[in-house]
Design a protein. Structure first.
Length: 276
């Protein structure tokens, strides 16, 4: 059975195998926290310093090479030492999206692997459109809750999981102590790859949404179902369709992410040691 066949036939077994390979490659018996870096977020992780280990994601069981601009497809292991507290962080520089048409299993494989590798906290980052008219381009927003408009779940069968505290309130409070200017919002998961129409954005705003993007939600559910705490951070890289009347493009998303990288990196570096 090939690695990709295992991913689809037994996704948890594939995650367990991938975690074992990461342990062997890094020499780290257990990682503490994992970060999944969204579009334009890759350079933010440089604030964590020099990685102790790096490889191409597709070299590990179940991972597919990246197909989207702004996702490097690397897996890194970092040692974070703050005031004598040593933590190990597993970083995925990119992700697979539902709109790539490969199914939900590759989308959530990174977070499942991370939990199997010992991670108790999963930090999910993304680039998104701002539905809330008060949001500015380049503004980070903590995800408080989500609305899924994809009708896709990473879970199947009689797997009933409470999502009341999916985006950990405990962690959000810690992050806001680090940066009191951060706001919280409701994120809408949109399948893509097309952007939303102005009418669809109006519908989302009426439903109580603040942000819209094409990732994060399946990963959050999969990680939470395995017992991890989840932090979601959206970077507003453009105003959603119809908010300004301007057309949307992916290059704008990447540029805004790069411009905010230093602030995002400093935030992550400061917050991670306080989570444990």
């Amino acid at each position: 059975m090939t690695n990709s066949e295992l991913l689809y036939s037994d996704p948890l077994a594939a995650a367990t195998a991938a975690a074992k390979e990461i342990t062997e490659r890094t020499g780290v018996a257990s990682h503490d926290v994992a970060l999944v870096m969204g579009s334009g977020w890759v350079s933010a992780v440089d604030a964590l310093g020099t990685p102790a280990y790096e490889c191409n994601a597709e070299d590990i069981t179940g991972f597919l090479p990246p197909t989207v601009q702004g996702h490097s497809g690397k897996v890194r292991s970092y040692e974070i030492d703050t005031n004598g507290k040593k933590l190990r962080a597993l970083v995925f520089l990119g992700r697979t999206h539902l709109y790539e048409g490969k199914g939900v299993e590759p989308v959530v494989h990174s977070v499942r692997t991370a939990v199997k590798a010992g991670c108790k906290v999963i930090i999910l980052t993304n680039a998104c459109g701002g539905i809330n008219k008060a949001y500015k381009v380049g503004q980070p927003v903590l995800i408080r809750d989500h609305i899924s408009l994809t009708a896709v779940s990473p879970l199947s069968g009689a797997t009933f999981v409470d999502l009341t505290d999916l985006y950990s309130k405990r962690i959000r409070e810690i992050v806001k102590k680090e940066d009191s200017s951060l706001e919280e919002g409701v994120y809408v998961h949109w399948r893509g790859p097309t952007y939303e129409t102005p009418a669809e954005i109006l519908m989302m705003r009426t439903m109580g949404a603040d942000l819209v993007g094409m990732s994060t939600v399946p990963e959050a559910i999969a990680a939470h179902a395995l017992g991890a705490e989840v932090l979601g951070i959206s970077l507003v890289t453009n105003a959603a369709a119809g908010v300004t009347g301007e057309k949307l493009n992916h290059e704008e998303v990447i540029a805004a992410g790069k411009a905010a990288a230093d602030r995002m990196g400093a935030l992550l570096k400061g917050v991670i040691p306080k989570l444990f």
